[in-house]
Design a protein around this ligand. Structure first.
Ligand code: ZN
Ligand code: ZN
Length: 365
């Protein structure tokens, strides 16, 4: 494995070639780099030369299992949706960007015309085209065509790799906004995968005072502390409810953000939440049905909110990352070229003890 840095702009003239390298998922657990035509840009699209793409938990799920729920991969498929790069071509009706601008890519392009889009909840758009969610192809490519209104400028001080974290951070921001997190509150975040870790960054930025986190991997709990978790509980050797009770003077936390998708974590969050508090469910449990103590929730007016992707979070995410970039850099644990993508996927899939965010650089040889 080689170390790559993208601190500078991608080098070279912006001469767009006819063909590019793209990583195709050809069957479960198999990725091959093949030649693909560089996409044409529509009039409101820009062509982004991809600087970095982060591998997401959902990419790994499709990689290993070929589906998430009813969404099934149609092979060959291109994965990847957490990406950033530099604009190398623009459509004739593009007004917001010019060639040479560095951007973060918001992966879900919504119609902006349906009732949900008009309501401002464009994450619920039935026609959303979300990079890498089958059948839409993703960002493990050298050039990506994307509608300009789902691109955001990034400052020169923010590297492409850090800018890709705007995607998982967006989930955390949407969670704290939906849960209406108040300054000085106490938050419990369960599950310290990249989304849980980014939820720490979001909670901290939105003024949480005490951030308690849980996981069973010591490496992840350490990373959480570096990001600002005030208390890290290893669920393999401690009683979470006892610890939370002790840390909150017996009251429970103001908000639980559940990112692990573990049904036990969601189930037990009810009793860890303060009277009048809020549970925000982010992680998808393997089973569709999870038993919840509704009586306890009713008697204590505990709100349960669900989070699906995010809305209008990218500018905030970019600003936060630009401010705290150095403190979050350590979650990028592995770096690969696109030609090493098979290894990159396996690293993310298998090495839960040592790997957090695995980064792929499609334009680095
Ligand atoms: Zn993601
Ligand atoms: Zn829509």
């Amino acid at each position: 494995m080689v170390k790559y840095s993208d601190k500078e702009k991608l080098k070279g003239e912006f001469i767009v070639p006819e063909y590019m390298d793209a990583a195709f998922l050809t069957k479960p657990l198999e990725v091959k780099v093949l030649k693909e035509k560089v996409p044409k840009v529509g009039s409101k699209d820009v062509l982004v030369k991809i600087g970095a793409v982060g591998i997401c938990g959902s990419d790994i799920h499709y990689y290993a299992h070929g589906h998430i729920g009813e969404r099934v991969v149609q092979y060959p498929h291109i994965q990847g949706h957490e990406c950033a790069g530099v604009i190398v071509a623009i459509g004739d009706k593009v007004t917001r960007f010019k060639v040479g601008d560095r951007v973060a890519v918001e992966p879900g392009v919504s119609c902006m015309a349906c009732e949900w889009c008009k309501e401002g909840r464009y994450n619920l758009c039935p026609d959303v085209q979300f990079l890498s969610t089958p059948p839409v192809k993703g960002a493990f490519v050298q050039y990506l065509s994307h509608r300009e209104d789902f691109l955001y400028p990034i400052p020169d001080t923010l590297s492409f790799e850090l800018a890709t974290l705007a995607e998982p951070l967006s989930v955390g921001i949407h969670a704290v906004k939906r849960g209406n997190l108040k300054p000085n509150s106490t938050v419990l975040i369960t599950g310290m995968g990249p989304v849980g870790l980014m939820a720490i960054v979001a909670a901290k930025s939105f003024g949480a005072n005490q951030i308690i986190v849980t996981d069973m991997e010591p490496f992840r709990l350490e990373a959480a502390k570096k990001l600002g978790a005030t208390n890290a509980i290893d669920i393999s050797d401690s009683d979470v409810s006892q610890m939370v009770s002790r840390l909150t003077g017996g009251h429970g936390v103001d908000m639980v953000i559940e990112t692990s998708g573990n049904e036990k974590a969601l189930e037990s969050s009810v009793k860890l939440t303060r009277r009048g508090g809020t549970i925000v469910a982010v992680g998808f449990p393997p089973a569709n049905h999870v038993p919840l103590n509704i009586t306890h929730m009713l008697q204590n007016e505990i709100d349960l909110l669900s989070v699906y992707r995010y809305i209008n979070t990218y500018p905030t995410a970019i600003e936060i990352l630009n401010q705290v970039g150095n403190e979050v850099e350590h979650i990028i644990t592995d770096k690969y070229t696109i030609y090493e993508i098979q290894e990159a996927m396996n690293q993310s899939y298998k090495n839960k003890e040592k790997s957090l965010k695995v980064m792929v650089y499609p334009n680095t040889k």
